[in-house]
Design a protein around this ligand. Sequence first.
Ligand SMILES: C[S@@+](CC[C@H](N)C(=O)[O-])C[C@H]1O[C@@H](n2cnc3c(N)ncnc32)[C@H](O)[C@@H]1O
Length: 462
Amino acid sequence: MTIKKRKTCELDIIDLAYGGKGLAKPDGFPVFVDRCVPGDTVLVKITKKKKSWAEGKLINIITPSSLRQEGRCRYCLYCGGCKWQQIPYHTQLAYKKQHVAQSLAHIGRLSKVPVLDVIPSDHVYAYRNKMEFSCSAKRWLMPEELADETISKDLGIGLHVPGTFDQVIDILQCEIMPDLGNRILAHVREFVKTSGLPAYHLRHHTGFWRFVMLRHSVAYDQWMVNIVTRDKNLSIVTTLAHELAETFPEITAIVNNITDAKSGVSMGKEELLLHGRDVITERLGRFAFEISANSFFQTNTRACEKLYDIVAQYSGLTGEQTVLDLYSGTGTIPIWLSDRAAQVTGIEIIDAAVADARKNARLNQIENCRFLQGDIRQVLPKLEQKPDVVVIDPPRVGMHKDVVAQVTALRPDTIVYVSCNPATLARDLELLSSVYAVQKVQPVDMFPHTYHIESVALLTAR
Ligand SMILES: C[S@@+](CC[C@H](N)C(=O)[O-])C[C@H]1O[C@@H](n2cnc3c(N)ncnc32)[C@H](O)[C@@H]1O
């Protein structure tokens, strides 16, 4: 079969690629198609054609795969959030394990490293403790809404449609956050509609309402609402905050972040406290954490505990060792390990995260954790003590190669590498494997219905 741009063709989907797309291989030539399930026969329009692969857009499913199931969410065929809802959860886990193993083998040339079965998330719906919904002056209409001329298109509060940067699906029911979040969102939507102030226009950079961010504390069933606006208008946001606080006693924190930045970030240049406190308290195991609107915190609380349990187990701590935690964020890993180590040092680049980490250590009366602020490349060479164990949890891009060299020069007995990206995990493990034996990799699922997968690797000095 000849694959040509803009041509349509019938394809058999045989696999799922990392990134979540279905993979067909007509005459051995890889074609990636979004929102397909292995076993589907589909009609596809080729949208991109390169020398060794192509990409296509699904036109329609000719014969559905026997694997297919109904997604619970009514938007799941259009929304960019959880595209794997059509695949049973245990099959999602099998593909995630396969992706980790394939990355290790193909990118890291580490095909012999055992990859364990994925530890599942206990909850596959209502698992996210944070959702950020965009307010847009351009609402995207669902197919069944297209013929309804009474629907106004000038307000959508929800999630983006992939491939459009300014259009938002008006999400009435998001299945991956606890249901009260949907009721809070509905209240905000009604208020915004009658507020007399327009939603933000992502092309023109005009309008008032920008984002509604919700955070939930699983341990205490507390909610935080962060209303992000372009300008300051204390009277209108205070009225909204009063209404929300009166209607939902579970809301213990309401803040207003204000930002006119053109990039789509919800972090305000200024934050106003409107109700209660500016943080919510969450627990991981026996530790408490105060989380502010802009703090980083793992988004699946219970799965995060499972992840950190593996980190603790792989660290092999007996109470005597010194631990270095690279990319320590708000200090959750150092705090989790604090009662099994002599001392834990975290290094993190973001000031606010380091301040949160120190505050959280104090909150838990922990005295053997310290946090150093700065770029790891600059801070590591100044470290005065050789650690016994190094934990590494970098962002998606993985480690800088200088940092890999700095870590191997420190020669810790054990390295525990936590990764949210199998490709950079494989690349970095290959670099480390000249000096360290990669014993095993344990994937942990924090993000059901997406292709994303977290992994923990155990490395020991050769
Ligand atoms: C994946 S997060 C890890 C967060 C934390 N371990 C947790 O579980 O919550 C990666 C962190 O690395 C930090 N970071 C990124 N580049 C850095 C650098 N060059 N030096 C220090 N920290 C960095 C980011 O700010 C972020 O907090």
